[in-house]
Ligand binder design. Structure first.
Ligand code: MN
Ligand code: MN
Ligand code: MN
Length: 273
């Protein structure tokens, strides 16, 4: 059995439809797949239907963005009930933070002489407006020559349109996952580039807030990393999760099912499902 408990479809920033994702997981030998799109559960129904047809076990999931001490942190919810009211309200709040931020970027750009940027970006975006849409708008209006230049001059760190996201706070994210019958998993701890001391502070806060698991394995990683995260999970008496964080094909470091097994000493998170 291969459990891959972290993956994305084109319902968020992945490249495959939920159906195509499930089929690819099966091709890659994954028996248990969690679809964990960013701040949305909209792909789960299609994924469930496809999974039932091809014999993959689909676990309902989500990956929430939040922040801790000013750093972006991701929390995966596994085995959630997507119809739970508290979960749905939290998903709506996350969406609202994206909309609010886009609106504020527009206001800030207006202050440096770029009028109607929000309206322009909105015309380009098919869903919620993000910085790439502002960048495309700035290019199309001749303010800059390229998307890169748009970030350098207007949208990147410290520039006029650099507005931080204010996600739902970490304890509220975990409460929503737990209310929906799920288990909260601290995603890809290696990605934050924290010192070990800082990571342990985050883990302490995460546990105090009701989090129970951490990804010991996130895609291809070194044995050293695996062992160091397994140590933390053991020390803090948490469950261990593993997943590819698959987004698009042809990125072998995060291919579906393509990672090493959890160390024997870990208690797999799926024993709680
Ligand atoms: Mn992503
Ligand atoms: Mn993530
Ligand atoms: Mn992810």
């Amino acid at each position: 059995m291969i459990y891959d408990l972290h993956s994305h479809s084109n319902v968020s920033d992945g490249g495959l439809t939920p159906e195509a994702l499930v089929l690819r997981a099966r091709e890659k030998g994954v028996t248990h797949l969690a679809l964990t799109d960013h701040d949305t559960v909209d792909g789960l129904l299609s994924a469930q239907n496809a999974a039932q047809e091809c014999g993959v076990h689909l676990i309902n999931g989500i990956e929430f963005s939040t922040q801790w001490l000013g750093c972006g942190v991701h929390i995966v919810g596994l085995n959630i009930d997507p119809s739970n009211d508290c979960l749905k309200a939290t998903v709506d709040l996350q969406m609202q933070t994206r909309v609010d931020r886009a609106f504020e970027i527009g206001q800030r750009l207006a202050k440096v002489g770029i009028v109607d940027a929000y309206e322009g970006a909105k015309k380009i975006a098919s869903g919620v407006v993000g910085r790439p849409h502002f960048a495309q708008h700035l290019v199309s209006q001749g303010y800059v020559n390229s998307v890169n230049a748009a970030f350098k001059k207007y949208l990147g760190d410290g520039k006029a349109g650099d507005v931080p996201q204010r996600w739902v706070e970490l304890p509220d994210i975990i409460s929503a996952i737990v209310a929906a019958g799920g288990v909260a998993v601290l995603a890809h701890p290696g990605k934050y580039r924290f010192t070990r001391t800082k990571l342990k502070r985050l883990v302490t806060f995460f546990k105090e807030s009701g989090g129970e698991a951490m990804e010991v394995i996130s895609g291809k990683q070194t044995l050293n990393e695996t062992n160091s995260f397994a140590d933390i999970v053991e020390q803090y008496n948490m469950y261990a999760s593993c997943g590819s964080d698959f987004h698009v094909p042809n990125q072998p470091w995060q291919e579906l099912g393509a990672f090493s097994a959890l160390p024997e000493r870990c208690r797999p998170v799926w024993t709680t499902f």
